[in-house]
Design a protein around this ligand. Structure first.
Ligand code: UD1
Length: 422
């Protein structure tokens, strides 16, 4: 297993290119299952989660070719050979459940293993299943698999989610494109990744209105056709790298970044004393003063502060002046980075879904362990600003969501390397 070694060495300067969004790409790829014509995605990120989705689609008989070093994914589901998503692949990645809606919509049946994924809470899939049931699917859960059938095809219906779920909205949205009649998704997720998916589906011939609001209306069509679609910018990678100059000082431009992808996050940075300016090419980030101020953060569905940036924000706040309170409202058990940051000298008290961070002058390098994707990158950010050397073990989590992390941070002057062995 590889580790990353980071040595704190002061201000950063330069540019970091931001990739296409992992979470968007993971929803766009299963959309290929909805059509027998090719779907091509450009601006795809090069990540192990994308490789896992590729393997899953290929196991169903889809053709997936990674072109231009993986930046372009050319897919075709002309000749599917299986409707079963096997446990061995699904357990590696929770987003695998996103093949369920499309398979069911196009073929009237699907068998999908219940997923695994990051260890950040229970993360059930009941909302996905209830949404498909509201469209007439018959579901049977046995042996760890969902056996789904819609013999006469899915039918439009009203799906009212009890709370916001990004994945369940995506599954229902895809399924509804081929259902008979009109489907209305209420309390739908509003994330930019949902908008991206709806825009791609529309290019494929779907009739969708209201994406980006909490009510999405889909008029089912008989078939979808091929399309080419660029994956939206990864707002979580963007926010993560915006925190690098915020933590270390200096001035970094994030290429491809847009403020509207992360308005609530930018507002919090502003409150903490970090300046974010829109440029022609992206976003420029620098500190306003030597010190950053404590801020309180509550994670919420979009357009609120994203849970996927909570760990990284905590890394910033460990050295802020004053006391910050971080409330995690989306996932239980998402503070596993806190004890690791404390090994580096951070002062953090965790009670249930609330973490209280009392700023210290400086963190100190230490051997730490990554426990999930966003936790692992928060430890790297902390290491960039710490005194001495930090060794982050189990970085395979990182490969799921950050392409070329060493190269990107080295490019702005960070002292960082990847070594073999834990
Ligand atoms: C997606 C993102 C993930 C992000 C999360 C919240 C992808 C591949 N992943 O995950 O990075 O952290 O949105 O922004 O896009 N829930 C249920 N039942 C369900 C579904 C969800 O109880 O059927 C709960 C979850 O446990 C969680 C909350 O709903 O507490 C929100 O989860 P959801 O929005 O569905 O997250 P994902 O789509 O899995």
């Amino acid at each position: 297993m590889d580790s990353i070694i980071v040595t704190g060495n002061g201000p950063l300067a330069g540019q970091i290119p931001i990739a296409g969004a992992k979470n968007s790409c993971l929803a766009l790829m299963p959309a290929t299952l909805l059509s027998d014509e090719p779907l091509t995605l450009t601006n795809a990120p090069r990540l192990s989660d994308i490789a896992t989705m590729t393997t899953l689609l290929q196991s169903l008989g889809a053709e997936v070719s990674a072109l231009q070093e993986g930046k372009v994914l050319a897919m075709s589901s002309h000749d599917l050979t299986s409707h079963t998503a096997d446990y061995d692949i699904v357990r590696k990645m929770r987003a695998s459940i996103l093949v369920l809606g499309p398979l069911l919509a196009r073929y009237g049946e699907a068998v999908v293993s219940l997923p695994g994924g990051c260890a950040i809470g229970a993360r059930p899939v009941d909302l996905h299943l209830r949404a498909l049931e509201a469209m007439g699917a018959e579901l049977d859960l046995r042996d760890g698999y969902v056996h789904a059938k819609a013999p006469g095809g899915l039918k439009g219906g009203v799906v009212e989610f009890p709370f916001v779920s990004v994945g369940a909205t995506e599954n229902a949205l895809m399924a509804a494109t081929l259902a008979k009649g009109t489907t209305v998704l209420k309390r739908a997720a509003r994330e930019p990744e949902i908008v991206d998916l709806a825009q791609c589906l529309r290019k494929m011939g779907a009739q969708i209105e209201g994406e980006g609001t909490d009510t999405i209306t889909i008029q089912g069509v008989d078939r979808l056709h091929g399309a080419t679609h660029p994956v939206v910018t990864d707002r979580i990678e963007l926010g993560t790298y915006m925190l690098a100059p915020a933590i270390c000082g200096g001035e970094v431009e994030l290429l491809g970044g847009r403020r509207n992808l992360l308005a609530a996050f930018c507002d919090k940075l502003d409150e903490a004393g970090i300046e974010v300016t829109e440029t022609e090419k992206g976003l420029l980030v620098k500190r306003r003063a030597d010190h950053i101020k404590a801020v309180n953060v509550t994670t919420e569905p979009f357009p609120g502060f994203p849970t996927d940036l909570q760990a990284q924000m905590m890394a910033l706040l460990t050295t802020a002046e004053g006391v910050s309170v971080l409330e995690e409202k989306i996932f239980e058990n998402r503070f596993m980075h806190a004890p690791e940051l404390m090994r580096m000298g951070a002062k953090i008290d965790v009670h249930g879904g609330t973490a209280t961070v009392t700023g210290v002058k400086k963190l100190k390098g230490a051997p730490v362990m990554a426990t999930d994707l966003r936790a692992s990158v928060s430890l790297i950010l902390a290491g960039l600003a710490a005194e001495g050397t930090t060794r982050v073990a189990r970085v395979y989590h990182l490969d799921r969501g950050y392409e070329h992390v060493v190269r990107k941070l080295e490019g702005v002057g960070a002292k960082i390397e990847r070594v073999h062995g834990s």
